[in-house]
Design a protein around this ligand. Sequence first.
Ligand code: KG4
Ligand code: ZN
Length: 358
Amino acid sequence: MKKDLIFLGIETSCDETAAALVKKSKNGKVKILSNIVSSQEIVHKKFGGVVPELAARAHSEKIDLIIKKAITKSKVKMDQIDGVACTAGPGLLVCLMVGMTAGKTIASALKKPFFGTNHLEGHALTMGLIKPMKFPYLLLLISGGHSQFLSVEGVGKYKRLGTTIDDALGEAFDKTAKILGIEFPGGPKIETFAKFGNENSFDLPKPILHKSGCNMSYAGLKTAVLHASKNIKSKQDKYDLAASFQKTINQILKVKCAKAIEMFLEKHKKVKNKNFVIAGGVASNQSIRKTIKQVSSTLKFNTHFPPLNLCTDNAAMIAWAGLQNYEAGKKPNLKIISQPRWPLDQKAPFMKGAGLIL
Ligand code: KG4
Ligand code: ZN
């Protein structure tokens, strides 16, 4: 007989220490009971990026407190927890190990199943926390470390359609922000700067725009921003460069999303529900949302964006991914070790460097 399921999720793969409890009732309803995220912005600000050793130290200082907060807020008793899911990768090794040690300890003490969970799978399945999603659907995952189009065909079943061959999109936003003198983490502030700028001020490159399917390249764009920044004199120039950068990203995504939709339809010729999920931190960007909505509706696809607090890193998505793996019959894996590299589509070739694919 089916029963309610409650999972504790833990996330420490980069610079967010997070814990959450997610419940799936026996009638299929999904509820986030608590979702606590502690960001380390202050720790890394003066270095202009995440310093792994400092991030791990900050995770160690906070992890027990954050887990305790999540459990208290959820009003769930320890013996009501049915399983523990913790990000096992990909991410910074020293950071992953903090969450994994905590998660494994709790699961062992409670004698409950432990799921070392893929962070990218967390992003890929996030939308299911908000509404039921039928497989297959097209996914664009755009975060600080990843930019890829995937065909999501079920829990644990992912086919990569395209990926970045160099920088991740979030990385391009963060590096552009750094060039413009915006404090880390600058990605979200580019969006604010862009609002005040003229997007036609700078002509920036769009590498491999009409080549290589829906693979993407952002490194050349970042270098072009660096060169353009040498001529910047005023605050208005900075706004203009931010706006031009964001416009260029939108132009790239417009073409690449259309290509990914075409490739997805080629794979799933008879699919009735044409759904396109956009996940990861960069999916918080409103101008990107608008562009993707436009191109998708032209091609008769419905777009789905998680709410902003579920776009960026959180543990609710990890609890949810673990819970679904449990339901799908995947074996608990207390012996799993932290995995800095863990692609969702294990069969997809490693794609770094334009030479590999052009
Ligand atoms: O998914 P996420 O929280 O962490 C990773 O798994 O990487 O994504 C973080 C990334 C950062 O690069 C951040 O600059 C970017 O998402 N980001 C944004 C916005 N909000 C977050 N980029 C552009 N516009 C935004 N509004
Ligand atoms: Zn992430």
